[in-house]
Design a protein around this ligand. Structure first.
Ligand code: GLN
Length: 548
């Protein structure tokens, strides 16, 4: 059976628990262990699929079609292990299952309660599926969302407490992430919030084994001892976690602070192999020592909150790492292009690449279409993702004479170049939204194959592959009825669903680099394995930077 590491957070939110879990997973993996990381989200949404990206950041989609918390993206990027539906649970999902069972009469008349029914469901989730991609898992890391003391996380804490009692003594470990704030006026780091947070955790029956202390300044030895003494852990188990210059330096930094050795010690493991951190050394070397730089404009809607495009941001950086290039990202609100033409040129002219990302709804769509046109006419490398590809198709249809071309997502249109699948091919049996039905989980979600045409830019980019698998999250599809018109305009449909019906990739041979994809390649990019489309896009942007 696997060993379990429970990761909780205290004092404040936004301490980077997700990154910490991802980094610890990566460090254990570097020692040859098989790991999987799970996220427990105490909120009542069944999944984050219906949450606004402004509130919650991006929705991360797994191969098996789950809409999950963005922390799962960190886990995948850092460990390379593909996340699954079974790696993210919310209170909402637990209650949904329990209430469904109660309505069916499965509880045979019993009173259904938080303890044991909710806590049992949480424990079952933690213990489920202990198989890795290649053999049994050595470690399962469980990150609990929220902060100790939150009312809604109590059942999760209780489930951990019970598990720590029920499993073998050396089979679980509790890591608590806290903040040691620096009070500038006093010139001191303060340990009291950590003490309080650990006391709160202890009052729930969980004694932490390791404290990971986020701090802006070095933790002096005296403070470390003080924390150890008051919080009942060994001084070596108080690990300082200083702000890192890049998220990709975090695994190496935590290793230097002794986090992975302390975790192994906590489990009584004495024969662990030394870690092979060469992949992380290479990644950080590429990041910190670039040989070129480019500026990419992302013309989108949720530009006010970078977490809304988390994976995209990271994938662009990975594309930069592949080319040893520093990528500056300019987040541009598409709506500003809906007025003066000069505004558009002023914002887009200095860019070496233009990316129109995924999104929902009409707002900013004309600005996105205008950006596609600019990129096309000025021959600036262009990358359209999901809605971005749909807008590239609308732009093409319009320029081939279908002046009112649009997407039915934005309202009724005479020329539905993009439409809901049922509107033009319900017979395909694809998941579609019923009018007025539930919004949750009703999209084309998860991994689908696409067949690539030979002799295309994308087949070169994918190293000659003829079939690829990428993750999807969308309701609307490019309408195949308009393909001939768009082809006449010079757009090439170089990737189609294997049955040849749904456009998956478009490109323009008469352009230095113009690619639109219906899927989300950013979800599968990893620092040590940058996605080829992002590597290709940044390469093209680098060439462009030499021209301007
Ligand atoms: N709104 C579009 C659709 O639902 C695109 C979705 C996306 O970009 N993820 O098809």
């Amino acid at each position: 059976m696997a060993r379990f590491i429970f990761i909780t957070g205290g004092v404040v939110s936004s301490l980077g628990k997700g990154l910490m879990a991802a980094s610890l997973g990566a460090l254990l993996q570097a020692r040859g262990y098989k790991v999987r990381i799970r996220k427990f989200d105490p909120y009542l949404n069944v999944d984050p699929g219906t949450m606004s990206p402004y509130q919650h950041g991006e929705v991360y989609v797994t191969d098996d079609g789950a809409e999950t918390d963005l922390d799962l993206g960190h886990y995948e990027r850092f460990t390379g292990v593909s996340a699954r539906q079974s790696d993210n649970i919310t209170s909402g999902r637990v209650y949904q299952d329990i209430i469904a069972k109660e309505r069916r009469g499965d509880y045979l008349g019993a009173t259904v309660q938080v303890i044991p029914h909710v806590t049992d469901a949480i424990k079952d989730f933690a213990l489920a599926d202990q198989s890795g991609e290649d053999g049994d898992l050595d470690f399962i890391l469980c990150e609990i969302g929220g902060t100790v003391g939150d009312i809604e996380s109590l059942p999760f804490m209780e489930a951990i407490r019970q598990l720590r009692n029920e499993l073998e003594p050396m089979q679980t470990l509790s890591v608590h992430v806290t903040l040691v704030p620096y009070i500038a006026a006093a010139g001191e780091l303060k340990t009291k919030p950590t003490q309080h947070s650990v006391r709160e955790l202890a009052s729930l029956g969980i004694k932490p084994d390791i404290l990971l202390c986020r701090a802006e300044h070095e933790l002096p030895e005296g403070e470390r001892r003080k924390i150890a003494q008051f919080c009942n852990v060994r001084p070596e188990a108080v690990i300082q976690a200083l702000d890192a210059p890049s998220i990709y330096s975090v695994p190496l930094q935590y290793h230097r602070e002794g986090l992975d050795s302390e975790v192994l010690r906590g489990f009584g493991i004495t024969d662990a192999p030394d870690p092979d951190l060469s992949a992380w050394e290479d990644v950080t070397d590429r990041y910190f020592h670039p040989e070129g730089e480019v500026t990419i404009g992302v013309v989108g809607k949720y530009v006010g909150l970078q977490d809304a495009y988390k994976s995209l941001n990271e994938a662009l950086i990975h594309g930069g790492m592949a080319n040893r290039t520093k990528v500056h990202i300019k987040w541009i609100d598409a709506e500003i292009f809906e007025g003066e033409e000069s505004e558009l040129a002023a914002a887009l002219e200095p860019l070496h690449g233009i990316l129109v990302p995924g999104g929902f709804g009409e707002r900013g769509s004309e600005g996105k279409i205008a950006s596609v046109r600019f990129a096309r006419e000025r021959k600036v490398p262009f990358f359209g993702i999901c809605l971005g590809m749909q807008m590239a198709c609308v732009e093409s249809a319009r320029s081939s004479g279908h002046g009112s071309a649009s997407s039915t997502e934005f309202g009724e249109t005479e020329e539905p170049v993009v439409g809901i699948i049922t509107e033009w091919m319900s017979e395909e049996g694809l998941e579609t939204r019923e009018e007025g039905g539930d919004l949750g989980g009703t999209m084309r979600l998860g991994a689908y194959d696409a067949a690539l045409s030979g002799n295309s830019l994308v087949s070169t980019i994918y190293g000659g592959e003829t079939t690829i698998s990428e993750r999807h999250r969308h309701r609307y599809e490019v309408n195949a009825a308009y393909i001939p018109a768009m082809e006449k305009d010079g757009l090439v449909f170089s990737g189609m669903s294997p049955d040849g019906l749904l456009p998956e990739i478009v490109e323009r041979p008469d352009h230095p680099w113009f690619v639109g994809v219906q899927f989300h390649p950013e979800l599968k990019s990893r620092p040590f394995d940058p996605h080829p489309l992002f590597a290709g896009f940044i390469h093209a942007a680098l060439e462009q930077s030499r021209l301007v």
